[in-house]
Design a protein around this ligand. Structure first.
Ligand code: AMP
Length: 282
């Protein structure tokens, strides 16, 4: 496994690879089993695997957690070593955004403006910009993203389609802790009490999912079930949404593939999660 820190070294590595297929997993590091699920899928489907580790300042708001976001490159490399990764790209900020950098990639419309887009102005512009730059640098055949960040998956697919980037975006199901909490680098912010309380969030989602599977198709009923399940807990909902899985429009009836999405605060930590709603089981 090779570690490179500069665009120059990454380009040199990439230029030497002509015949092989390349799978790419972009991350912000502080890796967990969710990230490793993406790496394993990339490993299974490609000749070579590239992982990037970069805490992207552009996708954090001015009062968000950019400074305190957990970072531990040595730990990340230890976790990646046994996974058969060929290349780790861990650039400093100046490599990704050199002096004079002035371009942004922006997706317009509800897809990038609702939910996370509304709660975190500029977030998806930061995501779209860094992902576009990384895809152009790595030039992978496939890039792997987690359904945990469902809106991000759809924003990235929109960019790839609209800018005709020659890459397939593969979305991987959410990996969860034993009590159902979606794995996230941000879970380390939770105190022991908050960590225990946070399990109410996936429980609420899965309770609503169970009602959906029993035949409930009224989106408002599903949203209210989530609210009710969390009412007596320390989990404070930011939003609960039943959204079309393609357009991200809010639905009244779940008559097409959808997502039940939540964002919530536990103490000072903001968590997001979602479950797919498939009206016609595959
Ligand atoms: P991050 O380092 O949080 O930016 O995440 C890097 C990639 O890993 C993104 O595509 C995430 O959606 C994905 N990811 C994060 N957490 C999980 C999880 N629990 N299960 C699956 N994928 C995840």
């Amino acid at each position: 496994m090779k570690l490179v820190r500069t665009v120059h070294e990454l380009r040199a590595w990439r230029t030497a690879r002509t015949g092989s297929t390349i799978g790419f997993v972009p991350t912000m590091g502080y890796l967990h089993a969710g990230h490793l699920a993406l790496v394993r899928r990339a490993r299974a489907e490609n000749d070579e695997v590239v992982v990037s580790i970069f805490v992207n300042p552009l996708q954090f708001g001015p009062h968000e957690d950019y400074e305190r976001y957990p970072r531990d490159l040595a730990r990340d490399l230890r976790l990646l070593e046994p996974e058969g990764v060929e290349l780790v790209f861990a650039p400093p900020v100046e490599e990704m955004y050199p002096p004079g950098f002035a371009t942004a990639v922006e997706v317009r419309g509800p897809l990038a403006e609702r939910l996370e887009g509304a709660a975190r102005p500029g977030h998806f512009r930061g995501v779209a910009t860094v992902v576009t730059r990384l895809l152009n640098l790595v030039q992978p055949h496939r890039a792997y993203f987690g359904w945990k960040d469902a809106q991000q998956v759809l924003v990235v697919r929109r960019v790839v389609q609209d800018l005709a980037l020659p890459v397939e975006i593969v979305a991987v199901p959410t990996v969860r802790e034993a009590d159902g909490l979606a794995m996230s680098s941000r879970n380390v912010y939770l105190s022991a009490d908050e960590r225990a309380a946070a399990a109410a969030l996936p429980r609420a989602l899965f309770a609503a999912l169970a009602r959906f599977q029993e035949g409930e198709r009224d989106a408002e009923v599903l949203r209210q079930l989530v609210h009710a399940a969390l009412a007596q807990t320390p989990v404070r909902l930011d939003y609960v949404s039943v959204s079309d899985r393609e357009t991200f429009q809010e639905l009244a009836q779940v008559d097409r593939p959808a997502l039940l999405l939540v964002a919530a605060w536990v103490g000072t930590t903001r968590l997001i999660d979602n479950v797919p709603l498939d009206p016609v089981p595959a």
